[in-house]
Design a protein around this ligand. Sequence first.
Ligand SMILES: [Zn+2]
Length: 323
Amino acid sequence: MKRVALAFDLGGTELRAALIDDAGSLLSFSSLSTDAAGGPAAVIRQIEQLAETVLAETPGLSPIGIGIGAPGPLDPDAGVVIAAPTLVGWHEVPLADILHGHFRLPVRLENDANAAALGEWRYGAGRGAESMVFVTVSTGIGGGVIADGRILHGRRGLAAEIGHMTITNEGERCFCGAIGCFEAVASGTALGRRATARTRPSDGTMLRKLAADADVTGRHVVEAAREGDADALALLTDEARLLGIGFTNLLHLYSPDLLVMGGGISHGFDLLHDQMVMTVRERAMPAYRDVPIVAAQLGRHAGLIGAASLIFDDEGNSLTKLN
Ligand SMILES: [Zn+2]
């Protein structure tokens, strides 16, 4: 009998569900726009509705548990969403208990960035590593740390808030209120902001053409760089240098076997790689300089697959205890 888990990825804009087997494959998938303004009760109804949809697509399969990735801060042990900034009314919501009450299955809750890190570690680019740092670079910067064979949680599950480590003392203010956060200077949003500042509407540059004369995004920069556009390539060189500075800190702190980069900006991974590595080689102490920096492999489903892995890992642990 195939072991399968029901997995959810609760985002501020999209709520996704899948039935996933213990090889990390999606057997069925469905998603909805999150009713982020509707409060917890409305979103929990959406979760139940999605569960029905994905289970109906795979008749005969019964999940052994439910894994869910949700925005932090959250308490993974208690299964409580503490205060999700993108979801109205989500304060101290005991989501694991609520879902357990409805589905009568074991429920595991994890921070969404940690869930994606777990997915890449168990089934993606980090397979076989004892220690791994996962960094997702898109609108913001987030990530998770696998240290000595387990996810690093820290006090209240708040460890590895990678996007808000300070890497400079100048520049734009981060939404968190501080200056110089990794996210504020090196996210896709920051890259787009630099590209927008460097160009003007209707100036004939490839960046503005791709943006249809609106603000340039990080994705446009990657796209233009791929066409060989000199402005875009220069912007990506700066971007890679900033990412390399942040990555150097992470290598010094966690000494991973490898660093995995995901998120929207990792579509330009091949264009960023050499400069990121060069920056790490310039700045890291010698013992850390040869740590591979690799692209994530699971794309947008990393969080769902990682959430499911929580259930399979739990089962493995309880079996070990019985033996
Ligand atoms: Zn910040």
